[in-house]
Design a protein around this ligand. Structure first.
Ligand code: SAM
Length: 191
């Protein structure tokens, strides 16, 4: 839990402030539908996950903020788990797909979280990170705002995230549209 709980404060307003996003591109990159389980790590109120219900056998939202999760819990079709992305309470290979949307730059330990996302992803599955693209000028303003708001965000360039995925043995591709970037990782089988 961060020293200043921004998301706890934002939780009651979150879905009104940040409307249901267009997840068409995300769903394409995640390669849906699937019969297996999908994990939305840092999934907050389930704003994104709710749009994917029906595209996977089970949709699980994990988040460290109980207040954000209380809004996910009431959305039909979502399974909710309180968890830090740095230490996910799931067995290895539990999910066919893993996503993390607009949350990676908020993680305290990004490398450890990346390793966890890869660990819980089944062989042959996919991990997809959606982030504001820090190489896009519009995102510089978001980064500045979050710095002023003491959110302790750490935006990384997509190619740096891709290098961390490769170091974990995953094949990686990067996709961009406007100010959004997706890093798609396909972990290799664990031997
Ligand atoms: C900007 S919100 C995005 C929520 C959701 N993915 C969406 O797009 O609506 C970032 C979320 O990441 C969560 N978060 C931040 N650090 C986390 C961590 N280390 N482990 C799990 N969740 C975390 C916050 O509680 C918050 O719900």
């Amino acid at each position: 839990m961060p020293w200043l709980d921004h998301f706890g404060l934002l939780a009651p307003l979150y879905d009104r402030l940040f409307r249901v996003p267009d997840t068409v591109r995300l769903a394409q990159l995640v390669c849906l539908p699937i019969r297996g389980r999908l994990l939305d790590a840092g999934g907050g109120t389930g704003r994104v996950a709710r749009t994917l219900v029906g595209s996977a056998g089970q949709v699980v939202v994990a988040d460290e903020s109980l207040k954000m999760l209380s809004h996910a819990r009431v959305k039909p079709g979502l399974h909710v788990t309180a968890a830090h992305a740095e230490l996910l309470p799931f067995p290895s290979g539990a999910f066919e797909r893993v996503i993390i949307v607009d949350a990676y730059h908020h993680l305290q330990d990004q490398d450890r979280s990346l390793a966890e996302l890869v660990r819980v992803c089944a062989p042959g599955g996919r991990v997809v990170i959606e982030e504001p693209d820090i190489e896009h000028v519009l995102v510089w303003g978001i980064a500045l705002f979050e710095r002023v708001a003491l959110m302790r965000s750490r935006f990384r360039r997509a190619k740096e995230i891709a290098a961390s995925f490769r170091a974990l043995g995953a094949a990686v591709s990067i996709h961009r549209q406007d100010a959004t970037v997706w890093i798609v990782a396909e972990p290799r089988s664990r031997g």
